[in-house]
Design a protein around this ligand. Structure first.
Ligand SMILES: Cc1cc2nc3c(=O)[nH]c(=O)nc-3n(C[C@H](O)[C@H](O)[C@H](O)COP(=O)(O)O)c2cc1C
Length: 149
């Protein structure tokens, strides 16, 4: 079993990283292989809806998103972690996840997904909901049914 953790915090040793480390330790105890990629401090732009990925199978912008794609495909589970910014997830993480989920067509239905949010005082439930939508939307995206993606 292998789990990919995407850390959306720009701060290398921040609070989100503390939460992620707890998960890494628990996975290690359970014999689950884990790889963590910090993307909140990377230069990742948003999706431009060009549709190029529908033909090529990868995002037109060849950055960290295309490096994450094979790791995500190989993983049995995905953890998405983010600090709360104005009751929302970190913007770089959202740019990354929009493009990662939209540009990849491999089957994600049997992968396990979990989200982690980290805030000073409020906005956790809205952010948690926002991140969990990637797990629920990708099923209908695969079948091009409900989300009209
Ligand atoms: C731009 C910005 C917006 C933030 N908005 C919120 C917020 O809406 N609610 C909150 O409780 N904390 C907010 N915070 C605080 C962070 O969520 C909090 O400090 C978090 O622990 C940071 O995680 P990190 O150390 O991994 O970066 C904000 C911080 C920043 C930089």
């Amino acid at each position: 079993m292998k789990v990919l953790i995407i850390n959306g915090s720009p701060r290398v040793n921040g609070n989100t990283t503390i939460a992620v480390r707890e998960m890494e330790q628990t996975f290690a105890k359970e014999g689950v292989e884990v790889e963590t990629v910090q993307i909140g401090n990377q230069d990742i732009r948003g999706c431009i809806a060009c549709g190029s990925c529908g033909k090529s199978g990868k995002c037109v912008f060849d950055d960290a998103v295309n490096q994450l794609a094979p790791k995500f495909e190989e993983a049995d589970g995905l953890v998405i972690a983010s600090p709360v910014y104005y009751a929302s997830a970190n913007a770089t993480l959202i740019a990354c996840l929009d493009r990662l989920f939209y540009s990849t067509s491999f089957d994600k239905t049997m992968k396990v997904g979990a989200s982690v949010v980290c805030a000073r005082r409020g906005g956790c439930s809205a952010t948690f909901d926002e991140l969990n939508k990637y797990f629920t939307c990708c099923v209908c995206q695969k079948r091009r049914l409900l989300c009209n993606l």
